[in-house]
Write a protein that binds this ligand. Structure first.
Ligand SMILES: Nc1nc2c(c(=O)[nH]1)N[C@H]1C(S)=C(S)[C@@H](COP(=O)(O)OP(=O)(O)OC[C@H]3O[C@@H](n4cnc5c(N)ncnc54)[C@H](O)[C@@H]3O)O[C@H]1N2
Ligand code: MOO
Ligand SMILES: [Mg+2]
Length: 420
């Protein structure tokens, strides 16, 4: 009798591969609605729509030099080392449009960034000219032959009107801000930030401000996740820590599911007597996505969906919590913001130190990347057990060590996932 209970309960878990678990979750990570934000608050957000150029850029033929706007053909005689003299008909500062039309034999003084006057097709730089005054008339002498188009940036050189300049889903960078500003787009259509509720379970948990008590620990995972969620573009909603009490957890989860886009819980997913999150998820077997993943740390990571909202129940062990967040919560948050490639990027590095631990499951080893003579090297953390907290701070990648690898020796190639 006892055995039957346990088989169908905590222990009878079906192991799924990491990518399979990720795919199950991603089915519930669709892009959220659009909102408009002022340009100054849009950096780092993801565009909800393609941005097309409302006008060409530059919008006018622009002088690239301080000098004289001329008709290139007029300078042809300079080939015979003869100075060509042109009558100066206007002076054009930046921001002003000349009413003069340049006709053969004439030129206009012009500044860098000013609109090239009608009729002119080139600008001679100031250093290649000389001037003289005669009866109140200014003349400019040109001693070199100028090609048509010289020192003139034609209208639409960078972007033509109607060109797609920024793609939907793109994360807005400083360069994008420059583009948006140049086109006068002050309100930016972005995907709203996913609201991700976090709560921790564990009767041993104290707050950061609490004095240490025997047998207790301070909740370090919640504040860590708060930062990770914010860095991933989400809006963390801190629901605090609760004791290992199924009723309490149920109430919290139900409330969070109503109000937020994603619910992340910490702890209580293993086989312990007080591992209530596992029990809670099992109450609705249809909604369960997975409760055992072929990975270390974080094998007990559990996920479910209720009313279309995903719940990710991360392990309480700090290392497992950290790894579980990056493999499962990060891509969900990215996809909810419309990221075209929501998973963290992968690469290959040279292992800088032996790594001999072998598992039955793929191991995600905290490590630090360092460029040495232009080659990326990876230093695995000194201690990387699931329960270890302190080496999280030293890692900017996770090495992916598959179970068939019989340990890795320094100098071998190793796959890594780059952390944000
Ligand atoms: N008999 C077995 N025991 C365990 C197994 C197993 O397969 N059989 N799996 C081990 C593995 S692997 C992991 S990982 C952990 C998973 O534990 P839970 O996810 O259930 O997490 P808790 O039991 O709540 O806590 C584990 C550990 O982490 C500390 N913790 C919890 N919450 C926080 C927090 N918010 N901040 C900092 N530290 C936290 C907690 O005090 C425990 O030390 O189970 C193994 N056991
Ligand atoms: O779930 Mo544990 O972190 O696999 O080591
Ligand atoms: Mg436990």
């Amino acid at each position: 009798m006892m055995e039957e209970t346990t088989k169908s309960g905590k222990f009878g878990r079906k192991v799924v591969q990491v990518h399979e678990a990720q795919q199950k979750l991603m089915a519930y990570a669709s892009p959220l609605e659009m909102e408009n934000v002022p340009i100054r608050q849009s950096a780092g957000r993801r565009l909800a729509e393609d941005i097309t150029a409302p006008h060409p850029f530059p919008a006018f033929n622009r002088s690239g030099m301080d000098g004289y706007a001329v008709i290139a053909a007029d300078t042809g005689a300079a080939r015979d080392e003869e100075t060509v003299w042109l009558r100066v008909v206007d002076e054009i500062p930046c921001g002003f449009v000349s009413e003069a039309k340049i006709t053969p034999g004439t030129a206009a003084r012009i500044m860098t960034g000013a609109q090239v006057p009608e009729g002119a097709d080139a600008v001679v730089m100031l250093e290649a000219t000389m001037t003289r005054e005669e009866d109140g008339v200014s003349w400019v002498g040109v001693r070199t032959v100028i090609q048509a188009g010289r020192n003139v940036t034609p209208r639409g050189f960078e972007i033509r009107s109607g060109d797609k300049v920024l793609e939907a889903g793109r994360q807005i960078t400083a360069g994008d801000i420059a583009v948006l500003a140049a086109f006068g787009i002050a309100e930016i259509p972005v995907i709203r930030r996913p609201k991700a509720a976090i709560f921790a379970t564990g009767s041993e948990l104290l707050g950061v401000g609490d004095p240490l008590q025997p047998g207790k620990i301070r909740d370090s995972n919640s504040p860590m996740l708060e930062v990770l969620i914010r860095e991933a573009g989400g809006e963390p909603v801190m629901l605090g820590a609760i004791a290992d009490d199924l009723e309490l957890a149920r109430t919290k989860v139900e409330m969070a599911l109503e109000a937020y886009d994603l619910v992340i819980t910490i702890g209580g997913v293993s086989v312990g007597d007080y591992d209530i999150m596992g029990d809670l998820i099992r109450e609705d077997p249809d909604g369960m996505l997975f409760n055992k993943v072929a990975m270390r740390p974080g094998s007990v990571t559990t996920a479910a969906v209720r009313g279309g909202t995903p719940i990710i129940a991360l392990s309480g062990n700090p290392g497992a919590c950290f790894v579980g967040f990056h493999l499962f919560a990060y891509p969900v948050l990215a996809a909810m913001q419309g990221a075209p490639s929501p998973f963290l990027p992968e690469g290959v590095a040279v292992l800088a130190k032996d790594y001999q631990k072998v598992n039955n499951f793929t191991r995600f080893v905290r490590a630090r990347l360092e460029l040495q003579d232009g080659v990326m090297h990876a230093y695995p953390a000194s201690i990387d057990e699931s329960s270890v907290m302190v080496t999280i701070k030293d890692s900017d990648c996770l090495l992916v060590v598959s179970p068939d690898e019989r340990g890795l020796i320094a100098g071998s190639k190793v796959r890594f996932i780059k952390l944000p």
